[in-house]
Design a binder for this molecule. Structure first.
Ligand code: COA
Length: 162
């Protein structure tokens, strides 16, 4: 079984992430979407909500979803995976991704990071921009899967007026 871990915050999952997952399935038997902890970010959706949204948006037996609070390499060791899948949107992503890939390899010499170029229709999309546009009533229907669109509408219609 060739398993790739696709880690990220996924707050929430977007069509850009789904593009990477779908293309990852051409190369791997299983893509394990991992809601990993980034201590520089505060979340809108809870980890459980993010997992549910990934499940509802993928619905493929070869896509699994998990969450982990520790080091990514520890998780990889635990499940015996050797590949981390990441999407690269623009040059700006490169430095950070290069650092993370090398730090992960320093921590676990058996791990390899595979980068996929994000599709041209999604290279400008990020979860935080999607949240911002949705919170201000902008149209994000082309950028996120249906379950996420519904969840964002519910979140922001439930939010108290400022
Ligand atoms: N399409 C659209 N958007 C994309 C995308 C794609 N293909 N790929 C990434 N993005 C966006 C994400 O939505 C996210 O947007 P945001 O910043 O507005 O939230 C941004 O690009 C990058 O985020 P993400 O892929 O979620 O990575 P991250 O930087 O939040 O998280 C982790 C990085 C979680 C993988 C990293 O912190 C980690 O491994 N944590 C575990 C702890 C650990 O091991 N730390 C040491 C790491 S060396």
């Amino acid at each position: 079984m060739r398993v790739a871990i696709y880690p990220g915050s996924f707050d929430p999952v977007t069509n850009g992430h789904l593009d990477i997952i779908t293309r990852g399935l051409h190369l791997f038997d299983e893509v394990r979407v991992l809601i990993a902890h980034n201590n520089r970010k505060r979340g809108l959706f809870s980890v459980e909500e993010r997992m549910d949204l990934v499940r509802a948006s993928t619905q493929n037996a070869r896509v699994s979803v998990d969450a982990f609070n520790g080091l990514l390499v520890e998780y990889a060791r635990q499940i015996g995976a050797k590949v981390v899948l990441r999407g690269l949107r623009a040059v700006a992503d490169f430095e950070y991704e290069f650092q993370m890939a090398n730090m992960n390899r320093h921590l676990h010499s058996g791990i390899e990071t595979i980068f996929m170029a994000t599709g041209t229709s999604n290279f400008y999309v990020s979860s935080s921009l999607v949240r911002e546009v949705a919170s201000l009533g902008g149209d994000i229907s082309q950028l996120v899967p249906k379950p996420v669109l519904t969840a964002l509408r519910e979140k922001y219609s439930a939010a108290p007026e400022e």
